[in-house]
Ligand binder design. Structure first.
Ligand code: SAM
Length: 241
């Protein structure tokens, strides 16, 4: 009996790993994150139990809490042979996968992690944006914008770092974050690319600047990439699938 934390990738079913696909095809129970593309569930065998257990960042009433998810993992992990916990992107990138491993390990339930393609890297890549590019940016920082400027992120230090910034969960707080980055020294004209629903048929790309980020229409889920590498967007011919 094992619980597998499987990274589902950013959306396009073609971006699920082969190992993830094999496990889905042999699952007895699949516990699915909110952002996981539903097309992936076509891999699940008939008769398997599928539980939709997602968190909605700013709407707790529409959410399954992390405690409830952990309880589901423990319940099914203790009695089913193959339990797949299908998580968006990579389970260990801003996905609370570590907490799920801790809860399962503490209960003595076998747990394995199957890495996935994180939206933080894949969504920019599909838009033609290399998050690092020789002579432009030698580092990339993936950061949560969930708590905006009220959390423990040092936005001034990030502004001064010279790294490409990739913001997840930052749509709601983007105005304050942009202002903090400008205050920290990034020019308001710094180019920004935001991509909603990357790698899916609903994908929408918005090119803007840091100074205007708060004014453009943007809906979650989106990856927001800040830095000169975004000037390279649009040269490739990937089609959202
Ligand atoms: C809780 S985090 C999980 C990140 C995930 N573990 C990963 O590696 O991609 C959810 C956030 O990831 C971003 N995200 C995930 N999938 C996305 C997609 N297909 N397009 C745009 N943003 C996405 C959004 O910022 C969203 O609010």
């Amino acid at each position: 009996m094992t619980v597998y934390l499987v990274g589902a990738g950013p959306g396009d079913p073609g971006l699920l790993t082969r190992r993830g696909g094999e496990l889905l095809a042999s699952a007895d129970v699949v516990i699915v994150d909110r952002l996981v593309d539903r097309r992936l569930l076509e891999e699940v065998p008939e008769g398997a139990t599928v539980i939709l257990a997602g968190k909605h960042g700013h709407d707790p009433s529409a959410s399954t809490t992390q405690e409830q998810i952990n309880a589901l993992l423990l319940e099914h992990g203790a009695r089913s042979e193959v339990v797949v916990r299908l998580k968006g992107g990579d389970p260990f990138v801003l996905g609370r996968g570590g907490e799920e491993v801790l809860a399962l390990a503490a209960a003595g339930i076998d747990v394995e992690v199957v890495p996935g393609i994180s939206s933080a890297l894949a969504v920019p890549a599909l838009a033609g944006v290399p998050v690092t590019h020789r002579g432009v940016s030698q580092a990339v920082t993936i950061v949560s914008g969930h708590n905006g400027t009220n959390g423990d992120v040092d936005w001034a230090a990030l502004a001064a770092s010279g790294a490409t910034l990739v913001l997840l969960m930052a749509v709601a707080a983007r105005s304050g974050i942009a202002a903090a980055l400008v205050e920290g020294g990034l020019p308001p004209g710094t180019p920004v690319l935001a991509v909603e629903w990357g790698s899916t048929p609903a994908e929408r790309r918005v090119a803007t600047t840091l100074g205007a980020l708060g004014d453009v229409h943007l809906e979650a889920p989106a990856v927001i990439v800040i830095g000169a590498v975004t000037d390279l967007a649009g040269l490739t011919s990937d089609q959202p699938r």
